[in-house]
Design a protein around this ligand. Structure first.
Ligand SMILES: CC(C)(COP(=O)(O)OP(=O)(O)OC[C@H]1O[C@@H](n2cnc3c(N)ncnc32)[C@H](O)[C@@H]1OP(=O)(O)O)[C@@H](O)C(=O)NCCC(=O)NCCS
Length: 222
């Protein structure tokens, strides 16, 4: 697997994130303005503040919470369980979840979900950002940082972003980054209680190799 010395995995995560897992131990991922690192229990207050403030804006685009499951926005223990679940996924190599930080503040999340190895070598990308900093190009930058990690550190072959067709703001991200539109999958994911169609955008490692210098110049270079 090729390791990119410019990928910026350097800064330590807080001590309560130390789990023995290489990503958590060796640090964060850096873009021009964003830093990505796994969330830890001490992020609870910041996470809760942004999730509560942006509740209506975010949850219309998200799967509904399982009935009866504790709410991590109000229950610190539930948030801890969520962090621990992400840590387990990292240790197993089945997922990588990151908080997105800008100017030292938590302002969103971006995740590589359901990593499949074998002949697929695929992951699904999910993201959200604080409405107060939306429209500044922070999430497309985070997607480029995450793509570099996925292709150059994890050695994956394909990433997919799935978006409800009417979510124009989210569709602008793959459009700006030049991900391929693979068409609409009908009734693809349960979002806010409804089986919603999704446009599937994808990029493979061949396309990443062709385009990574342009993407890095546009989104990552100082
Ligand atoms: C989708 C989302 C992550 C985009 O992140 P972002 O950092 O704002 O991305 P960008 O800055 O590139 O803006 C994307 C588009 O949002 C729209 N936008 C611009 N300013 C905005 C603002 N102040 N508030 C909301 N949307 C805005 C524009 O259409 C913009 O496209 P443009 O740059 O071509 O004008 C963010 O809007 C979000 O979290 N939305 C709610 C949850 C969600 O949709 N998650 C994704 C599910 S697939």
């Amino acid at each position: 697997m090729r390791r990119d010395r410019t990928s910026g995995r350097a800064a330590p995560v807080p001590a309560d994130g130390a789990t023995g897992d290489p990503t958590a131990r060796s640090g964060a991922l850096f873009g021009r303005r964003v830093m990505l690192r796994p969330l830890v229990l001490s992020d609870f207050e910041a996470w809760r503040e942004v999730r509560l403030r942006c509740h209506d804006w975010l949850t219309v685009w998200e799967p509904s919470r399982q009935p009866g499951s504790p709410d991590p926005t109000t229950d610190r223990d539930a948030f801890g369980v969520r962090c621990a679940a992400r840590q387990r996924e990292r240790a197993l190599g089945t997922g990588h979840g990151f908080g997105v930080f800008h100017d030292g503040r938590l302002c969103g999340e971006i995740n590589l979900n359901s990593i499949q190895r074998g002949p697929f070598q695929n992951a699904y990308v999910g993201y959200w950002i604080d409405q107060a900093v939306a429209g500044r190009g922070l999430m497309p930058e985070a997607v480029v940082v995450l793509s570099r990690f996925a292709f150059e550190e994890l050695g994956l072959h394909r990433l997919q972003v799935s978006i409800i067709p009417r979510n124009q703001a989210s569709r602008r991200i793959p459009e700006k980054l030049g991900l391929r539109d693979e068409g609409v999958a009908l009734r693809y994911l349960e979002i806010n209680g409804v089986w919603e169609d999704h446009v599937r955008y994808a990029i493979t490692s061949e396309e990443w190799l062709e385009r990574r210098d342009d993407l890095a110049r546009a989104w990552l270079s100082p």
